[in-house]
Design a protein around this ligand. Sequence first.
Ligand code: AKB
Length: 318
Amino acid sequence: MSQDKFLVIGAAGQIGTVLTESLRKKHGYGNVIATDIRDGKPGDASFEKLDVMDIGRMAEVVKKHGITQIFHLAAILSAKGEAAPIPTWDINTKGLFNVLEVSREHGVAKVFFPSSIAVFGEGVPKDNTPQDAVLKPSTVYGISKVAGELWSQYYWNRYGLDVRSLRYPGVIGYQSEPGGGTTDYAVDIFHKAMAGQVYKCFLKEDTMLPMIYMDDAIRATMMLMEAPPEKLTVRTSYNVAGMSFTPAEIAQAIKKRIPDFKVVYEPDFRQAIAESWPHSIDDSQARQDWGWKPAFDMEAMTDDMIAHLQVRYAIQNC
Ligand code: AKB
């Protein structure tokens, strides 16, 4: 058990749900305070309702629990963000500023800020996009993440606040639902397959995108946060990768295991977002600096997703 006290902001979200559980397994339930804008379980002393826009309440929660590390996972994602650009910018940037300022003022030692492959846009090599590629995103979500990366580096350089960050690819997991991203299709497709329904895919069948399995995403996050500071050469955000595939390839992998499964393709506005992103990511800097290596490729991920969802859907159908 560590002496650290962790605060997870956005703990009811896709990554927050699983990260909170993993941190609690490792550090003890009471040492990990879950917060979300949604209500928690009544009577749970390790949950606090928190809106990231409310800096006063954030400071109160940090002081009350003696927080030493913050994992800030609350954000509006790429697809949802395009429906409301200005509120998305406000929530994504103000939320981060509040975390950075509260951390600086109340002695929080480390902060995790999730960035995304959405920081990339025009003018980068699409295959094996390098760590130091030019950042010209086309979405408000991507723009807010580029700004967040630069502010994270600023707080490190100016105040010595130990902010660490990963550029997550699309995250695929059975434990939680994604909420408003362009890569959400890669989770939704499994649920439709398990429910015995046809999947209407909002991307074209040959749209290649970088993805990562939830287990790997959580492991990468915890490895980065536990790495000795002197090992870290990137203070904006690290590229990380798991696998890359197209909708046709993942549909085929599911079909190998569920032969009746069918997909139809009806691309919408999310196609343009996906086409602005890389096909695959070069994560050699993360491998070199803190030993990153993904464990799941597309086949291993598909096996694990179906095995877990089979149990869930069998219980639901009882
Ligand atoms: C999204 O699709 O918006 C996210 C991301 C890649 O950051 N999953």
